[in-house]
Design a protein around this ligand. Structure first.
Ligand SMILES: [Fe+2]
Length: 196
């Protein structure tokens, strides 16, 4: 049997695990079409393919009963008025939940259901967030200077469905129009009944 208990040291202040199974790196190019302000996106990209976020993942077999966990680090920055964020996803197996724990920085989790219900929760260090089954989720760093660092754990067989979000984004965007983070409507978003 090779599925044995393990530990991993996740030490302050860096909060980067001493080891992990996969280090996922997402740059501007992997978020093409995801930010509302396309000209601002192209402008930034022409300068540098910036690092937006990283995930240090502990990966278990994709079977019912196992749990995947890890650390997401969303770096500070904006594309136009929109804060740096993760791609966001539904779980392929929709009836699976996820738990987040904020370790550093500040940000929000943007969430929505297939029916178009939406929810946004602020996250600060020490806060736990429960994302119930069926809620898509995206992490957004709302700090101008600090990394947003969150621990997550979810069922290892849940899988990721990025398709719906890639097509039209989330119903709500998190932007800074000069007075800090604000929730605004995403003009690209369509109600479920209006989608083809
Ligand atoms: Fe998830």
């Amino acid at each position: 049997m090779d599925n044995l208990p393990y530990t991993a040291l996740i030490k302050f202040p860096d909060i980067i695990p001493e080891h992990c199974d996969e280090h996922i790196v997402r740059r501007l190019t992997s978020m093409r079409g995801q930010f509302a302000d396309q000209p601002a996106y192209e402008q930034l990209l022409s300068n540098e393919d910036m690092l937006l976020y990283e995930v240090y993942a502990f990966i278990q077999p994709e079977v019912d009963g196992e749990l995947d966990s890890g650390i997401s680090i969303i770096h500070p920055g904006k594309v136009g008025q929109e804060y740096f964020m993760t791609k966001g996803h539904f779980h392929s197996i929709l009836d699976t939940a996820e738990v987040y724990y904020c370790m550093k920085g500040k940000g929000v989790m943007v969430m929505e259901t297939p029916e178009g219900d939406w929810n946004v929760k602020d996250l600060n260090p020490g806060m736990l967030l429960y994302v119930p089954p069926r809620w898509a989720h995206r992490s957004v760093n709302t700090s101008d200077s600090e990394d947003f660092v969150i621990f997550y754990v979810y069922p290892a067989h849940a899988g990721h469905d990025y398709g719906t979000i890639e097509t039209q984004g989330f119903r709500k965007l998190i932007v800074d129009q000069g007075s800090g983070p604000q929730i605004v409507d995403n003009p690209r978003w369509l109600a479920p009944e209006d989608r083809k």
